[in-house]
Design a protein around this ligand. Structure first.
Ligand SMILES: Nc1ncnc2c1ncn2[C@@H]1O[C@H](COP(=O)(O)OP(=O)(O)OP(=O)(O)O)[C@@H](O)[C@H]1O
Length: 278
């Protein structure tokens, strides 16, 4: 079946794909005094188990709103959304996802291990279960040895790794990441990108990742969702032909640059800048 601009499957190979997130004709309009804001319009997208999907688009195109809608932090005004076959509300109650925000959002008065354990405490895990899961996730993000430190004793990159550990601690299959490395310098970001890819390879999670960076989107993703503003729409879904094992220097290969060029074209096509300034 050919894909149209309003109907995309961001999924694994045909026949084996298990849908995790399915949006059909999804729309979300924020009422505002000076005119409604159409943040999402007619979004049709299927994200399958094990996908690493990046959302890229100009500021205000609805990337965060889409993630927040999956997380049941916003309610759609039209269309349907299902997560593992559940409504967003049911999925939230079933703890179907972990959420990583742009800022690490760690509590400064708690040690790193206590921050990572927080969701487990809230969910009523026993002390022994908490300790076992905190150890496992701290190992996963390479933070072993920093359990007793406070957030302010860690670098920005380490704080973000702690916030990823917190999102992974209760073993949700779906990880929602909203520009988690946007505030970090490029070298740290490169390092965390490559660690995140390894973590994804080891855990087989499904990841939805918001970014403004074309190289980051191409380096990380199996699928790149290109969005355009006014109203926020999906204008392209690019399936990556890159292998799952990706050393950082893959970014200099012709295949990588070709995908990056397609993302750039998609962003340009959806952007009103040229029309506004001619
Ligand atoms: N609670 C709200 N009330 C009114 N408008 C909102 C609200 N939240 C978001 N918006 C608007 O919806 C649109 C989409 O916002 P959103 O934050 O999803 O964009 P984004 O693509 O994530 O942007 P950025 O890349 O800058 O983070 C924007 O025009 C924004 O101003």
């Amino acid at each position: 079946m050919s894909e149209t601009s309003s109907n995309f499957a961001a999924g694994g190979s045909a026949g084996t794909a298990v849908p995790v997130v399915r949006a059909e004709h999804l729309g979300l309009t924020f009422p505002a005094g000076d005119g409604d804001v159409v943040a999402l319009s007619d979004v049709n997208l299927t994200i399958n188990k094990g996908d690493f999907v990046s959302f890229i688009g100009p500021s205000g195109c609805g990337k965060t709103t889409f993630l927040r809608t999956i997380a049941d932090l916003e309610k759609p005004t039209s269309g349907t959304l299902s997560i593992n076959g559940m409504t967003a509300e049911e999925a939230r109650k079933a703890r179907a996802y972990g959420y990583v925000f742009q800022a690490a959002a760690l509590y400064p008065w708690r040690t790193i291990e206590k921050n990572v354990a927080l969701p487990l405490e809230i969910m009523g895990y026993s002390a022994a279960q908490q300790a076992e899961r905190v150890k496992r996730t701290m190992d996963l993000v390479n933070l072993a040895g920093f359990e007793k430190k406070y957030p302010w004793q860690l670098s920005g990159g380490m704080q973000q790794r702690a916030s990823i550990a917190r999102a992974l601690s209760f073993d949700a299959d779906l990880l929602l990441m909203d520009e988690p490395f946007g505030a970090l310098d490029e070298i740290v970001r490169d390092h965390l990108n490559s660690e995140l890819l390894k973590l994804w390879g080891r855990t087989q999670k499904t990841i939805c990742f918001v970014t403004h960076s074309i190289p980051e989107a191409v380096y990380l993703s199996t699928k790149i969702v290109v969005m355009s503003p006014r109203p926020g729409r999906v204008t392209d879904v690019i399936e990556s032909s890159l292998p799952r094992e990706r050393p950082l220097d893959i970014r200099e290969t012709p295949e990588f640059l070709e995908i990056a060029a397609r993302v750039r074209d998609g962003l340009r096509a959806g952007h009103s800048y040229d029309e506004e300034h001619v």
